[in-house]
Design a protein around this ligand. Structure first.
Ligand code: FAD
Ligand code: SF4
Ligand code: SF4
Length: 489
């Protein structure tokens, strides 16, 4: 009986894969969690109680059939587990590594609710697909028949790639355009290797290329090639360009040397990990080695910056956040990892100004010398705002200087103004600047143009970009079939 293998949560404790010791982690950019041994993956999967109404599944954006692949793993039927897992998720090994499971599947596991510790869904998902790659179960993309229609996808992030994968499997001719030299979007150049090693992403890129997806890299659409030219070349177009405009500060001194954007800093670090020669890293501009580093922000990007700075050899790394630990947007798991690695969190703190003379708190001259520090305003928490988080309020007169040679701004991202950048009429955007698109099909206000991922949702998650890409691929296939039917009349 399959059931005998399951429901072990009362006798088997929750056990994550082993985490490398902080002293070792600080010295490299490898992932911090080891892989489960097979027996451990089977044991952990067997803790699942096979809920009739699985809340884990309903809180997974892809509606992954989690109970089934957990049961198959517990029974040692890993290849079948893989088949079920990949049926709903284009990149399960990536989601298993970087989904914020505590807010999605695992955070809604009933075992967690009953105090036994959640089933380690993400780690098992990663184990299943890593094993599938090792065993050769991940098959190349080979469509049954080629179709003549072509689709142009702008953006090689998870949204664009998920759509490319599904369309290509149906025989559609797919071309992906991206302004970077490597595909993967933020999977490659945003998220650091200690959360997601780059060969995991490159393996998927190779699979797509081998399957016939054409990549046109180093092509900044709107600059090197117009949007209209792409539209004219293809039967349908998908916009999956993500959001890259950095939210800025307007504090005195913010333009001083030594104050940089998180995305530039992380991109440089990821490029160095690929072995690229990065001028701004070599010059020290985007390198934390030997510096006192202050990161401003409390989201996941800030967590990635502080942990990168530690690995680059900063002498101290502090994270300034204007609320407290309980009211921060970043994952608690990542805060804990950062603290273990030596990051100091300075809660209830906001930048007032940046100074080149740490002795003078109120000096409002333009900064002329090297950056010396951030004047920090201390805050307290007031009433909850619209998001339910308590709003920070300034404590009058409570400020001090936090010394810094490098300040990294990690305050979030906004969409670029695509209609203006690309000179496109009729492509409507929302009041937040994101592309206006139907939430189930991704259809925009232009015929045959679809949009997916962060450029529709605003800065979000990889798993949502994958879902959007898959949904758009389905809608594009419908659109192509309808267009073919009209043409045949
Ligand atoms: P992107 O991944 O941004 O890809 C867009 C692609 O479009 C890029 O390759 C870009 O070069 C290309 N592009 C843009 N404009 C043009 C143009 N004009 N011409 C040609 N190409 C263009 N999410 C998680 O789930 N877990 C995490 O741990 C996590 N960590 C993150 C850490 C950081 C530092 C950041 C910034 C984000 C993180 N996210 C995380 C969010 C996640 O990375 C995004 O939600 C996701 O990558 C969005 O996918 P996308 O395909 O919409 O866009
Ligand atoms: Fe959980 Fe993400 Fe996997 Fe869904 S895709 S099961 S949310 S780790
Ligand atoms: Fe298993 Fe937890 Fe999902 Fe229930 S909610 S099916 S126990 S993983």
């Amino acid at each position: 009986m399959a059931g005998q293998k399951m429901l072990k949560f009362t006798t088997v404790s929750r056990d994550m894969p082993e985490k490398r010791p902080p002293d070792l982690r600080r010295t490299d950019f490898h992932e911090i969690y080891a892989e489960y041994a097979r027996s451990k993956a089977e044991e952990q999967a067997s803790r699942c109680s096979q809920c009739g109404v699985p809340y884990c599944q309903s809180h997974c954006p892809l509606q992954n059939n989690i109970p089934d692949w957990l049961r198959l793993t517990a029974e040692g039927r890993l290849q079948e587990a893989y088949e079920i897992s990949q049926a709903t998720n284009t990149f399960p090994e990536i989601c298993g590594r970087i989904c914020p499971q505590d807010r999605l599947c695992e955070g809604n596991c009933v075992i967690e609710q009953s105090g036994h510790g959640t089933v380690t869904i993400g780690s098992v998902e990663k184990y299943i697909t890593d094993t599938a790659f090792d065993e050769g179960w991940v098959k190349p993309i080979r469509p049954h028949a080629e179709r003549t229609e072509s689709v142009g996808i702008i953006g090689a992030g998870p949204g664009g790639l998920a759509a490319a994968d599904m369309l290509r499997r149906q025989g559609v001719q797919v071309t992906v355009y991206d302004r970077y030299d490597r595909g993967g979007g933020l999977l490659t150049y945003g998220i650091p290797g200690f959360k997601l090693e780059k060969d995991v992403v490159m393996k998927r890129m190779a699979q797509l290329e081998d399957g016939g997806v054409e990549f046109v890299m180093n092509c900044n659409v709107g600059d090197d090639l117009s949007f209209d030219a792409i539209r004219g070349k293809h039967d349908a177009v998908l916009i999956a360009t993500g959001v890259y405009k950095t939210r800025n500060l307007d504090n005195h001194g913010v333009d001083a040397d030594g104050i940089v954007n998180a995305i530039d800093y992380l991109t440089a670090s990821n490029r160095v990990s690929f072995g690229d020669d990065v001028v701004e890293f070599n010059s020290g501009e985007l390198n934390a080695a030997g510096k006192k580093v202050v990161v401003i922000g409390g989201g996941d990007t800030a967590m990635d910056c502080v942990r990168t700075a530690i690995r680059q050899g900063a002498t101290s790394v502090k994270c300034l956040y204007r609320r407290d630990r309980a009211n921060m947007p970043g994952s608690q798991r990542e805060v804990q990892n950062a603290e273990e690695e030596g990051v100091e969190f300075v809660w209830l703190s906001a930048p007032k100004m940046f100074v080149d003379d740490a002795a003078n708190l109120n000096d409002t001259r333009a900064i002329t010398g090297p950056l010396r520090g951030v004047v920090v305003d201390k805050m307290r928490l007031g009433q909850p705002d619209a998001t339910g988080r308590r709003s920070p309020e300034l404590i009058d007169g409570a400020h001090y200087v936090e010394e810094a040679d490098l300040v990294i701004k990690a305050l979030g991202f906004e969409p670029e103004d695509l209609p203006t950048l690309w000179g496109v009429e009729g492509l409507e955007v929302t009041r937040w600047g994101t592309v206006k698109a139907d939430f189930t099909t991704g259809k925009t206000t232009l015929d045959g143009v679809f949009a997916a991922g962060d450029i529709v949702r605003g800065a979000s998650l990889v798993v949502w970009a994958i879902k959007d890409g898959r949904d758009c691929a389905t809608a594009i296939l419908d659109y192509l079939s309808q267009s073919d039917a009209v043409a045949a009349e």
